[in-house]
Design a protein around this ligand. Structure first.
Ligand code: SF4
Length: 489
């Protein structure tokens, strides 16, 4: 994992699991691929190390290309080490992604599968951020727009309905031109062609979200990026997030690590995305909001860095802007990145301070921000119930979904609309919308907006109700709750 994380129904694979898989397949080559070729690490604040798993072949470049070459040659199937390793080309992706789209049917959650569409990889900056592994992929290798649309078409005909335009380090730089500046100049027309084409070929898609955006690009090319943001909002589905790698608000850290944007640039980018994306969309969430990624453990970090990072976030909160997600992590140091030459991460000196900082941000920024982004009474559409553990946990399909806890047992694998009625630190509490007040689990009544314990008891004692008037006559102070309930026999 280049960006380790915690997820509702999955955790990153560990070496012993990889080993078990390798040894379960005895009569065929087992190839391991992906970012793990750069090293293996379990969490930020540590070093990604070399590892040795006997009986397993590591794809040193692209696993797709290696697999293709092995399958294409009978002799190498039994002797895969003899195959020269290479990177796949965008022409190959075009072919393989269309022919291989059927594979989504094998996913255990099919048809509820989020399909990530690659637009390009690599970074167009002449000098790179100290921690980043993306420059290992070279200059951006943009995929043809028609190829990406053909991939969507093939996935769509195989039942896919959820898409995220991901992988690239900056969607706003897709098809951007090198004009000799530090950053590539965005091409709004190319992004419009991409989004328009996807919607045309997949008219009934349910989710179309994006992933990363470089705040430096948005600040440097505000006119082009405003057009791009408007295109995204026109063709995507709501609840979208432009995750921005800010990394640090400390100018001395930014300089020492060659980061891409100064705090004022990031603030400009956040303002622009808010201006265009903050209206509430069909799924109950704002159309498009920025996310912010901050990394600690970079060169020149001091206790002052924590103060500056917190002050930056606090300013966003105080100026009324919205941010959907603040990702705080400790750097993972990969071999051959500039930072690896100076920081072996054996002991991250500010680890304790980082933990304190994280707690403070969760409490003082995330929590009030969540209340602003998703106020009580918001109806979130199509939350998929995924896990029951005393509470049913669900999420909307999204690039960066919010976790919703429903304090009752609901069938998993099913979608339900939810009225937001409370907050965890980074999650929501909700009840099904509309709530069938006559028959529902009594526990849920307590969680309806504007109810509380006492009124919940009264309602439970006086059930059933014929209609709103009947409820209104029998229970005092119920007005606020009426929009969220229904009356079944
Ligand atoms: S983090 Fe820095 S080096 Fe990496 S892709 Fe973004 S701008 Fe390029």
């Amino acid at each position: 994992m280049t960006v380790p994380g915690k997820y509702l129904r999955g955790i990153p694979i560990n070496l012993s699991e990889i080993n078990d898989i390798a040894h379960a397949a005895t009569s065929r080559p087992v190839i391991l691929g992906g970012p793990i070729r750069l090293g293996y690490g379990t969490q930020g604040g540590s070093k990604a190390d070399d590892f040795d798993l006997p009986g397993l072949m590591l794809a040193l470049k692209d696993i797709e290309a290696l697999t293709y070459d092995i399958l294409g040659s009978k002799s190498s199937f039994h002797n895969p080490e003899s195959i020269p390793q290479r990177s796949r080309s965008t022409v190959e992706i075009a072919r393989w992604s269309v022919k291989g789209a059927f594979v989504i049917k094998q996913h255990p959650d099919y048809p509820h599968v989020m399909c990530e569409l690659e637009t390009f990889r690599g970074c167009g900056r002449p000098d790179h951020c100290s921690f980043c592994t993306e420059p290992f992929y070279g200059d951006p290798d943009f995929r043809d727009i028609t190829d990406i649309i053909s991939e969507v078409d093939s996935l769509y005909h195989n039942g896919a309905r959820y898409f995220r335009i991901g992988r690239q380090s900056d969607l706003f730089s897709f098809m951007a031109k090198d004009t000799g500046d530090e950053l590539l100049r965005p091409d709004p027309k190319a992004i419009e062609r991409l989004y328009k084409g996807i919607r045309k070929t997949a008219p009934q898609l349910k989710v179309l979200h994006m992933d990363n955006a470089n705040p430096g690009t948005i600040a440097a090319f505000p006119d082009e990026c405003e057009k791009i943001a408007r295109t995204i909002v026109q063709y995507h589905t709501s609840g979208d997030v432009a995750a921005m790698g800010m990394e640090s608000a400390d100018p001395s850290v930014i300089k020492a690590n060659n980061l891409k944007a100064m705090p004022e640039d990031v603030l400009d980018a956040i303002r622009l995305i808010n201006r265009i994306g903050s209206a509430r969309g069909k799924n109950g969430l704002p159309e498009l909001l920025p996310g912010i990624n901050i990394i600690h453990g970079l060169k020149n970090e001091t206790p002052e860095t924590f103060r500056l990072n917190f002050a930056f976030l606090k300013n966003i909160l105080d100026t009324g802007l919205m941010v959907r997600r603040i990702n705080l992590r400790q750097v993972m140091v990969f071999p051959d990145t500039p930072i690896s030459k100076e920081n072996n991460m054996d002991q991250y000196q500010y680890h304790d301070q980082f933990i304190k900082f994280k707690k403070k941000v969760r409490k003082k920024i995330d929590h009030p921000m969540l209340k602003r982004v998703v106020p009580i009474g918001t109806v979130l559409k199509d939350v998929m119930c995924e896990v029951y553990n005393g509470i049913t946990f669900g999420r909307q399909f999204a690039s960066y979904p919010l976790l919703v806890g429903i304090p009752s047992k609901l069938p998993t694998g099913r979608f339900v609309d939810i009225t937001v009625s409370g907050y965890g630190q980074r999650s929501l509490t909700g009840v099904p919308y509309p709530l069938d007040i006559n028959n529902t689990d009594p526990k849920l009544i307590y969680y309806l907006p504007g109810i509380g314990k006492k009124r919940a008891h009264t309602i439970i004692g006086k059930r059933p109700f014929i209609d709103q008037k009947d409820l209104y006559d029998k229970v005092e102070g119920i007005e606020e709750t009426l929009p969220y309930i229904e009356f079944r026999d």
